[in-house]
Design a protein around this ligand. Structure first.
Ligand SMILES: NC(=O)c1ccc[n+]([C@@H]2O[C@H](COP(=O)([O-])OP(=O)(O)OC[C@H]3O[C@@H](n4cnc5c(N)ncnc54)[C@H](O)[C@@H]3O)[C@@H](O)[C@H]2O)c1
Length: 386
């Protein structure tokens, strides 16, 4: 298959893209590198494009036809979404609209979407099944749900078929392929524990140990990033063999308490991890665990790495090899990825790039004969990753 992976330079997308490539699919990663890392895209085509800009989306799709888009690009910090909902509507809904419009124009038949458990809000029943009413309690969940709604109506009107994968907490790494988790800022439990074990943070904080759970700490569902990546491939296969559009929860069904994860991190790393117990955070439900029965039954998905130790062990191995996360790319050195190719542009549109002395760059898109768009008026300003 010929597959576009948006957000493929990010944590989950880089693992998905690597597995697709290994099984023989043609993969093009489309990422604006706002959070992603060029070194997470090894040996694959990487197009730097921002989905919020329709002309860049169009340029990124050149050279098709494409059979599918796996859409992982987006913003995903709950707290940030509450403080700045406009960013989330722009990056998760407006950008999603530009992508779906391009999907429609190019008649790309399938979309697999990275949704989230945050669409459920505070569910009434656990394990959470897909029939649980979606009732997001923050703009992050609301914008993911809005994109799911767009998918439904685009199918109805234009025949785009889709799968939406609602993930819970994703963890682990693939150190053998040189892939790991490097979010900046880091907000996820396991990488934070590992940063404390490495002495990069002073201590680990548990938010509340008086919940109605066996050890008093919150219980969450964790899924290994490689199990998750495999689910994306199965979702694509499901669509390709004529399966209907569908929502699937992905989680390992069991759940681990925060204290269990903490103790596993101490065991796996063999290092001291100073612990502090603080007050509860508002809005944290005691137990959030998914039922992934539908994915097991219909996609044949089996999480093969369900133990939290396996997740921590793989993340730890990657982290020991990359204590500061992914390095900035170094052109010309042996392990640098291929320099991202500038995409062929739609007829009439030209792209011009200027690199400033400090390494920052400006990209201009212009229609010959018209005045070029400066960076503040439709151009793009970047940090000079590539
Ligand atoms: N990590 C988790 O535990 C988790 C859980 C549930 C859902 N998800 C969802 O999975 C997806 C991937 O998560 P992740 O942890 O890999 O995040 P990530 O931040 O590592 O990856 C997202 C990628 O999208 C890119 N991107 C963002 N906005 C873009 C834009 N406008 N145009 C082009 N590229 C853009 C970023 O540069 C980054 O490489 C997200 O959509 C997230 O909502 C993640």
């Amino acid at each position: 298959m010929r597959v576009l992976v948006t957000g493929g330079a990010g944590y989950i997308g880089s693992h998905v893209a690597a597995l697709l490539h290994e099984r023989g699919d043609r993969v093009r990663v489309v990422d604006n590198l706002s959070k992603g890392h060029p070194l997470a895209v090894r040996g694959l085509e990487l197009i730097q494009a921002d989905l919020r800009r329709p002309e860049e989306v169009e340029a990124a799709l050149a050279g098709g036809p494409w059979d599918a888009v796996i859409h992982l690009a987006g913003s995903s910090l709950v707290g940030e979404s509450v403080a700045n909902p406009a960013l989330y509507y722009e990056n998760n809904v407006v950008a999603g609209y530009h992508l779906l419009e391009a999907v429609r124009r190019h008649q790309i038949p399938y979309v697999v979407f990275s949704s989230t458990a945050a669409v459920y809000g505070e569910p009434e029943r656990v394990p959470i099944v897909e029939e649980e009413p979606a009732n997001p309690t923050n703009p992050y969940g609301a914008t993911k749900l809005a994109f799911e709604g767009m998918l439904r109506w685009y199918e109805e009107a234009y025949g785009v078929r889709w799968v939406s994968l609602r993930y819970f907490n994703v963890a682990g790494a693939d150190p053998d392929r040189g892939l790991g988790e490097d979010h900046r800022p880091e907000t996820h439990l396991i990488p934070i524990l590992l940063e404390v074990a490495l002495g990069q943070r002073p201590s680990f904080q548990i938010y509340g140990d008086d919940y109605p759970t066996p050890d008093g700490t919150c219980i969450r569902d964790y899924i290994h990033v490689l199990d998750l990546a495999e689910a994306h491939l199965l979702a694509l296969d499901h669509l390709a063999r004529g399966g209907p559009s569908r929502i699937y929860n992905l989680g390992n069904g069991a759940g681990f308490s925060v204290r269990e994860v903490y103790e596993a991190a101490v065991r796996v790393t063999g290092r001291p991890i100073p612990l502090e117990v603080g007050p509860r955070r508002p809005g944290d439900p005691p137990v959030l665990v998914a039922s992934a029965e539908r994915a097991r039954r219909e996609l044949g998905w089996v999480p093969r790495r369900p133990s939290v130790e396996a997740m921590i062990e793989s993340a730890w191995r990657w982290r020991l090899a990359h204590p500061q996360g992914y390095p900035a790319p170094s052109h010309g050195k042996p392990d640098s990825p291929a320099t991202p190719a500038a995409p062929p542009l739609p007829e009439g549109l030209a792209r011009r790039q200027e690199t400033k002395p400090d390494g920052r760059y400006l990209i201009y898109y212009e229609f010959p004969g018209k005045e070029s768009a400066g960076p503040g008026e439709g151009g793009e300003e970047g940090e000079g990753h590539v």
